[in-house]
Write a protein that binds this ligand. Structure first.
Ligand code: G6P
Length: 606
């Protein structure tokens, strides 16, 4: 979280920095700011609110300097305000710093600076860095930053500018993602390569404990100890247009529509049809190693964890290996038992979620083996895992996850199929699943095309203060994800329960004012699910069903049927209407759909 951009070159920095900020706004949007070096000083603008508020605060003529840094913030220390917005400057206004992360010893450093007569303009932890850097005697900015970081504890992604030495910016990383980029006589810094698309030709990811001097003619990377390191450059490919909304009102709706194509890309080249199985080359696992797996443990946060819950069901059903998903944020704090015959699978869209990264590091530290299921190529989690499955779902910009949830479930179906076919899953069952997966993209497109049929369900939810989402067994993770989606974008209270647990407590809250969204796939648990519908109806609770053709819908107030499919894959289809419902409800309530209050994508802090 927090977006960072830096530019040094020959063009005016401001338009490039502002474009970068708009692309990074998903990382935080409570305040934003920019500092450009011109005429030996820093010209600065900062504003509470979104990047468009900062836009409005810029001088009409704009800043003309060709070196600058900018930031969009998700507050940790100090409430969102003009003063707490980054960049933060030293007392003379020469050094500017933008920061993503937390400086843990900021209080002690602040006390020391205060004793030396420094007064602070903000409540942030970041400001101490600007004062400390300005007080260093080293001849170059990179040396001064290195000296300061030696006494800093905490997590950071940083960009630093010095108006008196505008030939180079400095970037540093310890726990917060930072890439440096190279263009035609231009140098760049960003917390996410998306900010640089269309401008930088190639990029390098800094590793923890590295800092870089970024100049118009290239960059040099050092460790915090001062040793120069050689970084591999990768070409920055990708379509800058994919980062635009186009004709859509919201990225969330655009990304819902992109799901058929995203799933096709997740599947592309990953079937071995001759053996009715999947072939995931990136997991780098021979059949023998797969046979030795006794347990699968899936780790992720938010929607990534919910997709992991879907994955656990698939692996258990198809491969008959005990599998379980758990929030990575909880796992890492409970001194987990790591077993040598357990396969750990880390799931992350951004590949930068701090809690997930820390969980992986804990598993690795104890000798466990981890695979990654990641969307962002070259991201920290992908690199930390070393092997795994890329989703190839394309950039996801809306804070809430839609297409990457579906692509992650698809990747798990492939993994489960491959593990299953090494074990007891028959060729006939394998062929049935391959055909089922092949059909998914068109089926998803068909559901999205019928969006209008969901209006009655959405209207019923929009008028309620609370809602239940119920699903049994493999549908339960979809109930959890559906409730999360509604909460995130509409701010309505939605709670998910396993349908079988209803009578063990939550039934007490069922009333005519509390609608229940019931997942009713046409599977062998249908009779049980219909009993749950009857239990809710008997207490006067309205039932909205997401179901499949041919299911009896007695007593159901409104329903939507997804196509018939292979039973194991039904969760992937049942989820699509729930995304659309969340979107419709939020739109009806006039919510800020792409940037819901208090949330951010890519949560790089604890
Ligand atoms: C944040 C987002 C969620 C997301 C989760 C995990 O909490 O708001 O939408 O599911 O992070 O993100 P990741 O990038 O690791 O999948």
């Amino acid at each position: 979280m927090c977006g960072i951009v830096g530019y040094v070159g020959a063009r005016a920095a401001q338009p490039l920095l502002m474009e970068g900020l708009r692309r990074l706004e998903y990382r935080g949007y409570d305040s934003a700011g920019i500092a450009v070096a011109e005429g030996g000083r820093l010209s600065v603008a900062k504003r509470k609110g979104k990047v468009r508020e900062l836009d409005a605060a810029l001088p009409a003529a704009g800043f003309s300097g060709a070196v600058g840094i900018a930031h969009t913030r998700w507050a940790t220390h100090g409430e969102p305000s003009d003063a707490n917005a980054h960049p933060h400057l030293d007392a003379t206004g020469r050094i500017g710093v933008v920061h993503n992360g937390i400086i843990e010893n900021a209080a002690a450093l602040k006390q020391r600076l205060a004793a030396e007569g420094v007064t602070f303009a903000s409540e942030t932890d970041t400001e101490v860095l600007a004062h400390l850097i300005a007080r260093r005697p080293e001849p170059s900015l990179v040396e001064a930053v290195r000296a300061v970081l030696a006494e800093v504890k905490g997590a950071y992604g940083l960009a630093v500018i010095d108006a008196a030495r505008p030939g180079a910016l400095v970037a540093a990383r310890n726990g917060g993602p930072v890439v440096v980029g190279v263009g035609e006589g231009e140098g760049f810094i960003a917390s996410d390569a998306a900010a640089l698309m269309g401008h930088a030709r190639s990029i390098a990811h800094l590793d923890d404990g590295e800092l870089a001097e970024v100049r118009a003619d290239g960059f040099t990377v050092f460790t915090l100890e001062g040793t120069q390191t050689v970084k591999a450059l990768s070409e920055l490919s990708g379509d800058a247009l994919a980062l635009e909304k186009g004709d859509y009102a919201h990225f969330m709706r655009k990304e819902i529509d992109e799901q058929p194509a995203a799933v096709r890309r997740t599947l592309l080249g990953r079937f071995d049809r001759r053996f009715a199985t999947a072939h995931l080359g990136g997991i780098e696992m021979a059949a023998r190693e797969m046979l030795d797996i006794r347990r699968v443990k899936i780790l992720g946060c938010g929607s990534a964890c919910h997709a992991g819950m879907v994955g656990a069901h698939l692996i258990e059903q198809l491969a008959r290996i005990p599998a379980h998903a758990e929030p990575a944020s909880e796992f890492r704090y409970r001194n987990p038992v790591i077993e040598p015959d357990t396969l750990y699978v880390a799931v992350s869209q951004s590949g930068e979620t701090f809690d997930t990264l820390a969980a992986i590091q804990e598993v690795k530290r104890k000798g466990g083996r981890v695979l990654g299921i990641v969307n962002a190529v070259g991201s920290t989690i992908a690199r930390e895992c070393g092997r795994g499955v890329y989703l190839h779902a394309g950039a996801e910009v809306a804070v809430v996850s839609t297409k990457t949830f579906t692509s992650t479930c698809t990747a798990f179906a492939l993994l489960a199929l491959q593990l299953g076919r090494v074990r007891d899953l028959s060729a006939a069952a394998g062929a049935r699943l391959v055909a089922g997966l092949d059909a998914l993209p068109d089926q998803i497109a068909g559901i999205i095309a019928r969006e209008a049929e969901l209006a009655a369900l959405s209207a019923r939810l929009a008028g309620a203060e609370h809602a239940y989402f119920l699903g049994r067994a493999a549908s339960f993770p979809i109930a959890v994800e559906g409730a999360l989606k509604l909460k995130e974008v509409s701010y309505l209270h939605a709670e998910a329960y396993a349908a079988s647990e209803l009578k063990h407590g939550p039934l007490a809250l069922i009333s005519p004012d509390t609608p229940t969204v019931m997942l009713l796939p046409d599977d062998d648990l249908l009779a049980k699910n219909l009993s749950t519908v009857a239990e809710v109806r008997t207490r006067g609770g309205p039932v909205l069903a997401v179901t499949q053709p041919g299911v009896s819908l007695e007593g159901v107030e409104a329903a939507f049927a997804v196509p018939a499919c292979e039973p194991e894959l039904a969760p992937l289809l049942l989820n699509i209407p729930l995304q659309l419902i969340a979107y419709q409800v939020a739109q009806g309530l006039g919510r800020d759909i792409d940037q819901p209050r208090n949330l951010a994508k890519s949560v790089t802090v604890e």
